[in-house]
Write a protein that binds this ligand. Structure first.
Ligand SMILES: [Zn+2]
Ligand SMILES: [Zn+2]
Length: 208
């Protein structure tokens, strides 16, 4: 089935094929995802622990139907993920791996909640399966948060990418041309920009 997504102001619209995506949803608490939200001045998109609720998508299953011209991409480091957002309202839309050979786009669950209720998003994609990278989380954590990533979840992600490869769902991607070049030329943060964001993020904790 198709699920619609939108940026907060509605200029960017799209759909995904939401079949067989249960079990992969995870909240990422890493300091990079936090820094990215602060770069966009969208700390409101983070949960109380600084986490981002992410649903992985196979690239060819994601279609941007309106507002492609609003999309921008940023990398926190020269070799970092392509983090794609809607310039119009600074809504994070999807994080793609730096190489099209890694068929994965992580989409924030909230972009689906504009068109569908949180309950139906839960039903279609399943509940959050893991809270990962809790070593950078802020404040008291829910039970079973993982310091880094659990082995079981890593295996699931591997299965996800293998499935995408085997079924050819890696191409076409909204974020890569058929030659494998990024469709949006990413802006790479300077060291100063990156460092100015760090104090806003959780720091490595030792109590987990
Ligand atoms: Zn927008
Ligand atoms: Zn992260």
């Amino acid at each position: 089935m198709q699920m619609a997504f939108e940026c907060d102001c509605g200029k960017v619209k799209g759909t995904v094929d939401a079949n067989r995506l249960k079990g992969y949803r995870a909240v990422c608490l890493c300091d990079d995802c936090q820094a990215y939200a602060h770069y966009l001045k969208r700390a409101d998109t983070l949960d109380a622990n600084g986490g981002t609720d992410i649903i992985p998508m196979m690239p060819s299953h994601m279609k941007i139907t309106e507002g492609m011209e609003q999309l921008k991409s940023v990398r926190l480091y020269r070799a970092g993920m392509f983090r794609c957002y809607a310039e119009c309202c600074k809504t994070p839309i999807g994080n793609a791996m730096a190489s099209p050979k890694m068929p994965y786009i992580g989409m924030p669950a909230r972009v689906f909640e504009k068109k569908s209720s949180a309950a139906s998003v839960n039903e279609i994609f399943g509940p959050v399966n893991e809270r990962m990278q809790a070593q950078f989380a802020i404040g008291p954590l829910p039970p079973r948060a993982q310091k880094k990533v659990s082995f079981g979840f890593m295996l699931r992600v591997l299965k996800f990418m293998l499935t995408a490869k085997i079924t050819g769902a890696g191409y076409p991607s909204p974020f890569f041309t058929s030659e494998g070049n990024p469709t949006l030329v990413p802006y790479v943060l300077t060291k100063e920009e990156r460092e100015s964001l760090r104090p806003l993020c959780g720091t490595l904790r030792t109590d987990i």
